[in-house]
Design a binder for this molecule. Structure first.
Ligand code: PEP
Ligand code: MN
Length: 271
């Protein structure tokens, strides 16, 4: 494996951000885009407090077929409007190769969800396009399988485009939703060329533990965080139990900046 570290450039609105160059990037937004008001208010707040890329689900892969499945094309229209208004980029999960074309013009980065890390048909299709890809770790995947999946996506590309995301794994422990595997995150950071970010929201699945895990992740030395935020978590249509409130997010960003300063690092900000 090449020890040479990849730096990924992401176009976020009219600005470019870099991941893997030593800076620290925060990506945030709701689990699902639920309405214009919900997405706009969340996006504006996270941007004002240091996020440089938005997130928001459009098609949701839910364990139960009866759970909210995402607003689909209505969510895409909302995402398009809000990203334009705020001059911000967004990462959206692609759940099916047939969505790639439709998503291409509007995402800054594709997201491959944990459930699709082994979907090699999807990975091969993503290899054919040139936008960055956030590759979430399968919740039961070995680091070697995760890295092999990344190689599928990078195959044939003249510039690196994969960012790895640790989002918690399934273990014997059930008191938290998942077990955030900091071991594997730092192992991947030190032993592979890929930038690594951490998703403490899915990693622990309990909102009042997310800031602690986010700070531990920041101290670990990875390239950034991706987190779920909602204006009213109790009313969220998906993953409300792990969503940060606006106040939680703002407080966490103050502490994150302090941890970074202590480590001679800094938060990448939209200029
Ligand atoms: C998400 O980001 O909302 C999500 C579904 O994540 P994961 O694929 O890690 O479960
Ligand atoms: Mn979610």
């Amino acid at each position: 494996m090449s020890p040479e570290k990849h730096v990924i450039e992401i176009q976020s609105g009219s600005k470019k951000i870099k991941i893997g160059d030593g800076s620290f990037t925060v990506m945030a937004g709701p689990c699902s885009i639920e309405s214009y008001q919900q997405f706009f208010s969340t996006a504006k707040m996270v941007a004002e407090h240091g996020a440089s890329l938005l997130r928001g689900g459009v098609w949701k892969l839910r364990t139960s077929s009866k759970s909210f499945q995402g607003l689909g094309s209505e969510a895409l229209e909302i995402a398009q409007k809000v990203t334009k208004e705020l001059d911000m980029g967004i990462t959206i999960e692609v759940t099916d190769p047939r969505q790639i074309e439709e998503l291409y013009s509007m995402v800054s980065m594709f997201q491959v969800g944990s459930r699709n890390m082994h979907n090699y048909a999807l990975l091969k299709e993503l290899a054919k396009q040139d936008k960055p890809v956030l590759l979430k770790r399968g919740f039961a995947a070995l680091v070697s399988e995760w890295v092999n999946a990344a190689e599928y996506v990078n195959q044939g590309s003249d510039k690196p485009k994969v960012i790895l995301c640790e989002r918690g794994i399934r273990t014997f422990e059930t008191s938290t939703r998942n077990t955030l595997d900091l071991n594997s995150a730092i192992y991947a950071k030190k032993n592979t060329p890929y930038p690594v970010i951490i998703d403490p929201s899915h990693g622990v699945g309990i909102a009042n533990l997310v800031p602690d895990l986010a700070l531990a992740s920041t101290a670990l030395g990875i390239d950034g965080l991706i987190m779920e935020v909602h204006p009213n978590p109790k009313e969220a249509l998906s993953d409300g139990m792990q969503a940060l409130t606006f106040e939680n997010f703002e407080n966490l960003m103050t502490k994150t900046t302090k941890v970074l300063t202590a480590l001679d690092r800094s938060l990448q900000r939209m200029q």
